[in-house]
Structures are given as C-alpha cells and as structure tokens.
Design a protein around this ligand. Structure first.
Ligand code: 5GP
Ligand code: MN
Length: 342
C-alpha cells in the first residue's frame, strides 16, 4: 500500500511550527523500535523541534553502540522523572513500532494521561488501535524503520538522510527482516537499502555490532536451551522451549540474550512453528515464529492474549510454566484441527 499523501500533508502541517515532541516505542524495544525512534528523533530535531525519546524498559545491550542511543530515556529506571515531564509537556507524541497503547505496559497510563497531545502512530503491526489522531499503519512493510524511511522520502526527499539516520534505519530494516531473510522483502526495501548504502554506512560493521556482540553466557545458554530444553511435537512440525528464572540466572542472563532462540527451531526441515516461553517475575513471556501460511498472529491472539505479525508474534501467560506448556500443547492440537497448521 502506498503512503497516503493526505496523511503526509497532515503530518507536514502538524510539524510546521516548532513543538515539544515525545517519540515512544514498545516494551522490550528491539532493533526496529530503537532504530526507527533514533532516526525519527534526528529528523525532528533538524526540523527545529524539541524531542525526547522514551522507551518503557531497557533495550538489549547489543544496540548500545547506536549513534544517539544515550539520548533515549528508559522509563523504568528514570528516577529523575525526565520521561514523565516530557510526556506531560508534549504537544505531539509519536508512537513507533506498536499498535495500541497497551503495548507500552508500565508506560501506558503516563502516555494516555496526556489527552491534549496529538498522537501519531507510525507502525507496521496489524490492527492499529483507535487512540491515535493520525495513523500511518503499514502491516505490509517489513519494519517500522522502512516506514519511517518512506515518510522521510515523501516529506523531504532522501537528501535529508544523514549517515547516522541511515545507520539507525538500516539496523531496524536488518533486524526485523532476520537479516533480510523473511518473506516480507520487496524490491522497494532493497532500493531503500541502496540509498542508505550511498550515505556511507558500514554494513559489515553494523552486522557485526548487532549479531556478533553477545556474551559467553549467552552462547552457553543457547547451547543449553537447544540441547536440553527444546521439545518437538506434532509430527516434527512444532517446537517449543522454555527457560526458568534460575536457568537464566545460571548463565548471567541479560535483556536481549534470548534474541534469536525462538527462530532457531525453524532451521529444522519441515518445522512450521516455534515457541519460546521465558519466565519473568510476574508472568511468562511467549514468543512465536512460523513459516509460510501458519499464522502465529492469530494463534497469539487466540491463546496467549497477544498478537504481532503472521510469522512473528508474542503474548503472555499468567500461569506456571507447566500449565503454560500444557496450554500450548492443547492449543497447538486445536489450532491444527481447525486447519491452522498447513
Ligand atoms: P518477540 O517474540 O520478538 O518479542 O515479538 C515478536 C512480535 O510479536 C513483535 O512484532 C511484537 O510486537 C509482537 N508481540 C510480542 N509480544 C506481544 C504481546 O504481548 N502483545 C502483542 N499484541 N504483540 C506482541
Ligand atoms: Mn518492528
């Protein structure tokens, strides 16, 4: 779907006078959430706005190197109240890489409390919420970073993209497509990547920074999870694994260390769906991945109070690990009976 020129016009009007702006991205911010936020922040700064980037909790450590990341305020550990003040004073709140305010979890109420700010959604998840004044919702796009690129291109042309903005956008495009391997790739994305490459970004270096920067503990946890915790059911077509808090502690777990685990089961031939259950203090975080027509967005909505995309989704479970796994196994059987696993 093409960007709506009417929406671009409205956005241009909104940004015509210098304003106080908050850019916010989803809980457990990933490469796309952070990349699109940093890129959009820099564009807004250069238009003369006052900008604060806020995320609900910490981004993974393998993004620490990203240009400008030190400017992102982490709501959860923001003891000085910078995020709260910025949100209270904001004229505009840009919501990047999520579809409903509830996805902000601990930050939801703070954002919702500013009822006078205009809320602009820039996102590629299905089913955008009703709580936005202007909506750029493009589920057909592989990343929010690609959507931000497209908006910049439409508003100002690609000459406005600096090397830092290019690097940020590239991180989002790369991580949300599984390093350019998922089914959402289009010629237009590669044309965008070509433009970013012309800005002089160092693609091998970016790849190295993101994918080869893990700790030893993470490598060993990965081996443990695959070897000892992966279960395969449904005639070799569905895999799941779980990690308890004590198992994560044993390997010095840090936010981001489980990145990629859930994808790995899909490297097995004939595998169609993979799940990962990660214990948190208050609930179990569920990650789902699939191949082809198997729609884990539907599965996540129906069985785990979540959502996402067709081939990558997530949700939550508020019962014990054993009960969560039991619920998953039963749900897979029902989902398959109803034709969900083809
Ligand atoms: P991940 O498994 O990487 O955490 O998430 C994969 C996808 O599922 C992402 O697009 C993410 O936005 C979505 N997702 C993860 N957890 C939830 C959730 O609790 N609710 C919803 N609606 N989407 C989720
Ligand atoms: Mn995304």
């Amino acid at each position: 779907m093409q960007l709506s020129m009417e929406n671009i016009g409205r956005l241009r009007e909104m940004l015509a006078v210098p304003s106080k702006i908050v850019v916010v991205a989803h809980t457990n911010p990933d490469g796309d959430a952070v990349g699109s936020s940093l890129a959009w922040r820099e564009m807004l700064l250069r238009m003369g706005h006052e900008v604060t980037c806020v995320v609900p909790n910490k981004y993974p450590y393998f993004l620490d190197w990203m240009p400008g990341i030190e400017n992102i305020v982490i709501f959860k550990t923001d003891t000085e109240g910078r995020a709260r003040r910025a949100v209270e004073q904001a004229d505009m709140i840009f919501c990047l890489d999520f579809n409903t305010l509830s996805r902000l979890e601990i930050l939801s109420d703070t954002i919702a409390a500013n009822t006078s700010a205009r809320r602009i959604l820039i996102d590629h998840h299905l089913s955008p919420g009703e709580e936005f004044d202007l909506v750029f919702s493009h589920p057909e796009m592989s990343s929010t970073s690609f959507l931000v690129y497209s908006i910049i291109e439409a508003m100002e042309g690609t000459d406005a993209i600096s090397a830092d903005v290019a690097a940020s956008l590239y991180v989002g495009m790369m991580t949300d497509t599984g390093n350019f391997s998922f089914s959402t790739l289009t010629p237009a994305l590669y044309r965008a990547v070509a433009v970013l490459a012309e800005k002089g970004i160092d693609i091998p270096q970016i790849h190295n920074n993101v994918y080869n920067a893990y700790t030893e503990g993470r490598a060993r946890l990965f081996g443990y999870a695959i070897n000892r915790k992966m279960e395969i059911i449904h005639d070799g077509q569905v895999a799941y694994m779980s990690l308890l808090e004590n198992e994560m502690r044993r390997f010095g777990f840090q936010q981001g260390d489980s990145e990629g685990f859930v994808n790995y089961a899909l490297t097995i031939k004939k595998m169609k769906m993979s799940a990962m259950f990660l214990a948190h203090r208050k609930f179990i975080r569920v990650s789902l991945r699939s191949r082809g027509d198997v729609d884990v967005n539907v599965f996540a909505r129906k069985y785990f109070d979540g959502g996402g995309h067709r081939n990558a989704a997530g949700g939550k479970s508020y019962v014990s690990m054993e009960e969560t796994i039991e619920h998953f196994r039963r749900s897979v059987e029902e989902f398959a009976r109803e034709g969900g696993i083809r």
